[in-house]
Design a protein around this ligand. Structure first.
Ligand SMILES: *[C@@H]1O[C@H](CO)[C@@H](O)[C@H](O)[C@H]1NC(C)=O
Ligand SMILES: *[C@@H]1O[C@H](CO)[C@@H](O)[C@H](O)[C@H]1NC(C)=O
Ligand SMILES: *[C@@H]1O[C@H](CO)[C@@H](O)[C@H](O)[C@H]1NC(C)=O
Ligand SMILES: *[C@@H]1O[C@H](CO)[C@@H](O)[C@H](O)[C@H]1NC(C)=O
Ligand SMILES: *[C@@H]1O[C@H](CO)[C@@H](O)[C@H](O)[C@H]1NC(C)=O
Ligand SMILES: *[C@@H]1O[C@H](CO)[C@@H](O)[C@H](O)[C@H]1NC(C)=O
Ligand SMILES: *[C@@H]1O[C@H](CO)[C@@H](O)[C@H](O)[C@H]1NC(C)=O
Ligand SMILES: *[C@@H]1O[C@H](CO)[C@@H](O)[C@H](O)[C@H]1NC(C)=O
Ligand SMILES: *[C@@H]1O[C@H](CO)[C@@H](O)[C@H](O)[C@H]1NC(C)=O
Ligand SMILES: *[C@@H]1O[C@H](CO)[C@@H](O)[C@H](O)[C@H]1NC(C)=O
Length: 321
């Protein structure tokens, strides 16, 4: 065929092959080392502390503090720089650490936005940027990290609406977006990830009602934290379909109506925080079935009475009836 002899096509094929080879070999322990040296260069020299003389080419990158290597050929699989007092921005080079399974920069002063290149970290299982000063729109590409199990962005300044769907991260077990500046409302599709066990969206500016079918997709839900937002409407009965539910924290919102008596079906529940809402009516007697309850707080509502012989003394009280 005449087309196959076209020099252009041959060139194109060569270019494609070249780029495949390049992609396959671009990432190595050497490129991991360059990525960390780039990260170091983006950290304010006055706050490099232990990194200053430890992260140097004098020793193998696998011996650097905070670094764990693994696999064959050896690559960086974990980077944990938590609580090191580091002040800086995160360079795009971090996206070259393509074998990373754990990345924690928790409790430092990283600022600016997350570079899009973080979306290249396809092996990440744990991402913890908690308690830094990161800002920008909530990064939508996070959902391409399909292996992610733990996502912690707590205590930053992420802005914008709550993501509309998490359903691409089918292995996600824990998501903590608390203490940011997220707003908007939540749809049930956000929770359409049946592996989720812990959801923390507390202390943002999220409003709207909780979807009635909220919990239908969450057979494994153990902890739900939504305190300190602007949710209103009723507490959905479906929450108590979650048989594993251990913590329910809905304090400091605008929930109204009564506490569903289905509450008593959650026999694993051990913490129940409903203070500072506008709930009224009776505390259902079925609460007596919640045999694991250890801490409750119903204060600052309009709950008028207690239905039966449920004894206050059994619980750590925040009760103000
Ligand atoms: C860097 O820190 C690690 C962990 O504390 C230590 O094992 C290593 O010897 C240090 N390397 C240098 C060059 O100081
Ligand atoms: C990171 O390191 C800190 C301090 O060494 C440790 O307390 C923490 O558990 C580590 N985090 C992870 C996810 O391994
Ligand atoms: C955060 O890091 C600082 C060091 O920069 C440390 O003193 C403090 O204890 C850490 N806080 C937590 C909660 O780990
Ligand atoms: C690493 O990342 C940077 C920035 O994204 C890029 O310029 C560089 O070519 C990448 N590759 C290597 C091998 O460092
Ligand atoms: C950075 O974040 C910490 C909490 O993670 C906060 O206490 C501090 O005020 C923030 N600093 C700036 C400059 O925003
Ligand atoms: C989810 O995955 C599908 C197929 O892999 C992809 O087309 C879509 O863009 C992804 N959505 C997000 C939000 O990443
Ligand atoms: C939930 O996700 C599944 C696939 O994971 C999809 O088929 C279904 O339409 C989604 N439902 C909602 C309400 O988003
Ligand atoms: C709670 O249990 C009662 C009695 O078995 C049942 O009628 C009700 O549908 C259950 N509610 C939920 C939310 O599971
Ligand atoms: C409690 O009910 C009274 C009378 O209906 C109302 O005035 C008051 O605002 C309510 N308080 C709360 C915290 O909802
Ligand atoms: C109960 O909640 C109220 C209002 O949020 C708070 O002031 C009080 O300290 C809490 N009580 C306990 C025992 O935690």
């Amino acid at each position: 065929m005449e087309i196959s002899s076209s020099p252009r096509l041959v060139l194109l094929v060569q270019m494609v092959m070249l780029s495949v080879v390049t992609v396959a070999s671009i990432h190595s322990l050497a490129s991991d080392e360059s990525a960390l040296l780039a990260l170091k260069a983006y950290i304010n020299p006055e706050t490099q502390y232990i990194l200053a003389n430890n992260w140097t080419r004098a020793t193998s990158v696998c011996n650097w503090i905070g670094v764990t290597c693994g696999g064959r050929p050896s690559r960086i699989i974990a980077l944990n720089l938590s609580s090191m007092g580091l002040h800086g921005t995160i360079p795009p080079h971090i996206g070259n650490l393509s074998s990373l399974a754990l990345l924690s920069l928790r409790n430092n002063s990283f600022y600016g936005s997350l570079p899009n290149e973080v979306s290249c970290l396809h092996s990440l299982k744990t991402m913890d940027f908690g308690f830094n000063n990161l800002t920008g729109e909530f990064p939508p590409w996070l959902w391409s990290l399909s292996e992610l199990e733990n996502l912690v962005l707590q205590g930053n300044d992420f802005l914008g609406t709550v993501p509309s769907s998490l359903s691409n991260i089918t292995s996600l077990r824990r998501i903590d977006l608390s203490y940011n500046q997220l707003w908007g409302s939540i749809s049930s599709s956000i929770f359409n990830v049946s592996s989720l066990q812990v959801i923390d969206l507390s202390f943002n500016r999220i409003s709207g009602t909780l979807p009635a079918d909220l919990a239908n997709y969450l057979p494994e839900l153990k902890e739900l934290y939504l305190s300190g937002n602007q949710f209103y409407g009723q507490i959905p009965i479906s929450l108590f379909y979650c048989r594993e539910l251990q913590v329910l924290s809905l304090s400091s919102n605008d929930f109204t109506g009564t506490i569903p008596s289905d509450l008593g079906n959650s026999t694993m529940l051990n913490k129940l925080f409903l203070s500072r809402n506008r709930l009224d009516g009776l505390i259902p007697s079925s609460i007596g079935n919640c045999i694991s309850l250890k801490e409750i707080n119903f204060s600052e509502n309009n709950l008028t009475d207690i239905e039966t012989k449920w004894t206050k003394g059994k619980f750590r009280l925040g009760v103000d009836l």
